[in-house]
Design a binder for this molecule. Structure first.
Ligand code: ADP
Ligand code: ZN
Ligand code: ZN
Length: 778
């Protein structure tokens, strides 16, 4: 008899270990690690989903074992590597193993969708409607490649089938007599004979279905259903491109990587220095050796330009994975990878789990971006997963950035990573832009304007020369809200300690934490005054102001409000690329990866927001962002200029952006981190404690801090407990403890003890989250 070890999808501590289940005779030939199953769990009759992690042969009959109710997959959906990865990552993310495993599967497979099995002759059947014997036969056929699987999502959107027509036997067709009267049939006959067995899409044929039916009924033609990848049309629209001759620095970087394929590299190159070209050519090198590649980019839906460069170079070999895709599209891409059809995966954070085999290289572009850390469970950092996968495959790992995170740069300085430098712009005519800092305290006497004379003057000048402008409004830690001018009352979420955000497109107030939505009040709920004012998004206000001052300028706005619909980013950028607008005005989302040769001016409207946030990375983030957006100017042969407006012109993050001096910034920031014992000198782990009752949460937070102090050495620095900056959300009160440490052998053990507290009956409603290397403190 066979026994399956299964991780069940039930969020309980004890479920982190695999449970043993008996495998019925009907499944015993089929079952393999990495398959999903349905099984009875707990006392009720309810079936839960689980993932098989091991299959054992058991000679004697075991009593009391429950039996697997159903096998959900004809073949494993998780690879042995992924099962190993879940075990490894669990130690650093403090999440349930099941949530690690689920992070590796496309959404469609984490919900209960039925499957359609499609045979090569076009016939299909639903998995749930098959008998056990048929299931077994089908599963074998799937593995032999005779049947393909398709998951049925709720919507039709899940599949796109195109019908193709072909002629199985040309001679038969040639000899088949058609009456002279039936002109259309004759036409089709000779049309098909001329096609010479080539397949043709039914929808392109100019013959009625009646005529085609006649040919089908006489076995003269065959209709075949072919599944169309939903991204195919997009791919077809992109022009292919050729590798460029690498310059000396690029060549040196390229050579080092390909000759040391098991190392980790930090490619530090100024904006426009040709990092992407190095990525493209290294990937090409590994592809030629028959290997595969993963290319991570931050928030890919914001930067269609970069994805397009990979499609242009590698065409159909590319699979795209990001949050902007529907579940069906994600699944398509996942399958393209799993079947080996795609060898280059380009995607955002979660693409690090893509089921590629024989991995040659993993590249993480803009490695300093905080979006590589997931801020819900499992709280993994893509870089850590990349290190694990690179180890498993003996693959190279390449981290790229113009402004590396201090953590990565420090590792490169210690020789843990190999540092590769690109110091010049790749396009010889392009030189780094000139940066001017405008002191807004001097420039504007009137607080109601967002523009200094200096910036306005420059904008006009550029428009006259027919050049383009990017304007950024930094919105980190800043959102639109509604306030009463009479009494200062701000409309807060009833469940959370935070003001509601104004959404102008839907004219509602929304809570970004719990999802609460309400209308905009006409009068102040506190004092009934009518002087309720919108403190609108900044971008919208700036746009209005621009229209007033420069009515002739054509402005495109890119922010959360204008990009809610699918492909909205792409459309805006496309218009701007075609010079249908002079100014692209946006939030941080325009700072990333854009490459528009005609942009010669970048204006930062407010460099200050974000600088003073209570987060030790505030300066690092501000510096990265300013350097990144500055890099959008003058990328081709026209010289670029950058104007930074600020009320803190002497802040080092701003001064060093002006000097475009990453090296100095690194030194200065490292000194500060050392003095205050922050990363990269110390590791950090944050414990978040939540409960509906404020008194209980305080009591438990102190209990947990005590537990940590008892278990860790005196070298660990334990800060807190303190109330979170946003002390209440979802009707829960939150407290936090921050542990800073270097080497703590007992850390994992101590944190597990903390998690175990939540399993005690008396702590049923206590929530404890552990976040290793937290990225956002506000
Ligand atoms: P980065 O990724 O560092 O910002 P890119 O790879 O986007 O830089 O390169 C900037 C510009 O220079 C792009 O337009 C790119 O096509 C061009 N470029 C890159 N490498 C070369 C090269 N070796 N020769 C000519 N042009 C290059
Ligand atoms: Zn809320
Ligand atoms: Zn009021």
């Amino acid at each position: 008899m066979k026994i399956a070890k299964v991780i069940v999808d039930v969020p309980l501590m004890q479920t982190d270990k695999a449970f043993s289940y008996a495998v019925g005779q009907e499944f015993s030939e089929l079952i393999e690690p990495g398959m999903r199953v349905h099984l009875p769990f707990g006392t009720g009759n309810r079936l839960v989903q689980g993932i098989v992690v091991e299959v054992l042969e058991q000679s004697e009959q075991l009593e009391n074992l429950k039996t697997i109710a159903e096998l959900l997959d004809p073949e494993p959906v998780l690879t042995p590597e992924q099962l190993w990865l879940a075990d490894e990552m669990r130690h650093s993310v403090f999440s349930y193993k099941i949530s690690c495993l689920k992070a590796m599967l496309p959404n469609l497979l984490n919900s209960n969708y039925d499957k359609l099995l499609r045979a090569s002759d076009g016939s299909s059947s639903k998995w749930s409607e098959l008998t056990e014997a048929q299931k077994i036969a089908s599963a074998k056929a799937v593995r032999a490649g005779e049947i393909s699987i398709e998951y049925l999502a709720k919507s039709k959107e899940n599949r796109k089938i195109e019908k193709y027509l072909s002629v199985p036997d040309l001679d038969k067709l040639a000899q088949f007599e058609i009456e002279k009267r039936a002109k259309k049939r004759l036409e089709l006959k000779y049309f098909l004979l001329r096609l010479n067995q080539e397949k043709i899409a039914l929808k392109t044929l100019d013959f009625s279905t009646q005529i085609i039916k006649f040919f089908v009924e006489h076995d003269l033609v065959k209709i075949e259903e072919v599944e169309i990848s939903r991204t195919k049309e997009k791919f077809a629209a992109i022009q292919s491109d050729q590798a460029k001759q690498l310059n000396a620095e690029q060549t040196q970087a390229f050579e080092k990587i390909i000759h040391n394929p098991e190392r980790t590299f930090l490619l530090e190159g100024i904006t426009g220095s040709g990092k992407t070209e190095v990525y493209l050519q290294t990937i090409d090198h590994f592809l030629k050796k028959g290997q595969t590649a993963i290319m991570l980019v931050p928030e890919i839906s914001l930067t269609p330009q970069i994805t397009n460069r990979f499609i242009a170079r590698f065409g159909d070999k590319v699979a795209i994975m990001h949050s902007g895709l529907s579940d069906g599209e994600k699944y398509d891409e996942w399958r393209k990878i799993k079947s080996g059809q795609a060898q280059v995966v380009v995607g955002a954070r979660s693409a690090i789990f893509a089921p590629v085999e024989n991995l040659g290289i993993i590249i993480i572009d803009e490695e300093h971006e905080s979006s590589y850390k997931q801020d819900s469970s499992p709280r993994y950092h893509a870089r850590d997963i990349a290190l694990l996968r690179a180890k498993w495959h003996g693959a190279a790992l390449l981290l790229g950035s113009a402004t590396p995170s201090l953590e990565s740069r420090a590792r490169a300085m210690r020789g843990v990573y190999d540092l590769l430098l690109l110091t010049k712009r790749a396009n010889e005519a392009a030189i780094l832009p000139e940066i001017q800092v405008v002191d807004m305290r001097q420039e504007i006497s009137d607080q109601s304007t967002n523009f200094s004379q200096t910036l306005l003057q420059k904008i006009k000048e550029k428009i006259e020369k027919n050049e383009q402008i990017i304007l950024m409004l930094n919105r980190r830690g800043y959102s639109s809200f509604v306030m009463c001018r009479e009494c200062g009352f701000v409309v807060d979420c009833p469940n959370c300690d935070i003001s509601l955000t104004l959404h102008m497109d839907t004219r509602t107030l929304n809570c970004h934490y719990c999802g609460h939505v309400q209308g905009i009040p006409q009068t102040c709920p506190n004092c009934q005054s009518r002087k309720i004012r919108y403190y609108g998004s900044g971008t919208q206000k700036v746009e209005e102001e621009l229209h007033k001052i420069l009515p002739e300028a054509r402005v495109l706005r890119m922010d959360v409000d204008t990009t809610r619909t699918k492909n909205a980013h792409e459309k805006i950028l496309d218009k701007f690329g075609k010079h249908e607008a002079d100014i692209l005005l946006g939030t941080q989302m325009i700072a990333k990866g854009l490459d528009f040769p005609n942009v010669t001016l970048v204006g930062v409207i407010n460099a200050d927001t974000g600088l003073n946030l209570p987060d030790f990375r505030a300066s690092e983030r501000a510096f990265e962002l300013l350097m990144q957006v500055a890099g959008r100017a003058g990328r081709a042969d026209k010289k670029g200029e950058v104007i930074i407006q600020t009320f803190n012109p002497n802040h080092y993050a701003i001064q060093l952006t002006k000097a475009q001096d990453y090296e100095k910034f690194y030194e200065k920031e490292m000194a500060f981190r050392k003095e205050l014992s922050y990363p990269p000198y110390y590791f950090t782990v944050q414990v978040l404690i939540s409960h509906q009752n404020e008194e209980i949460v305080i009591q438990k937070a102190y209990e947990i801090a005590q537990l940590l102090r008892q278990n860790l050495t005196t070298k660990a620095k334990i800060l807190g407990p303190t109330a979170r900056p946003i002390a209440r959300t979802h009707n829960l009160f939150h407290y936090q403890i921050l542990v800073k440490y270097r080497f703590e052998e007992q850390l994992e053990n101590a944190l597990n003890q903390v998690l175990e507290l939540t399993q005690q009956r008396e702590n049923k409603n206590l929530r404890v989250l552990i976040d290793s290397e937290p990225q956002n403190f506000v």
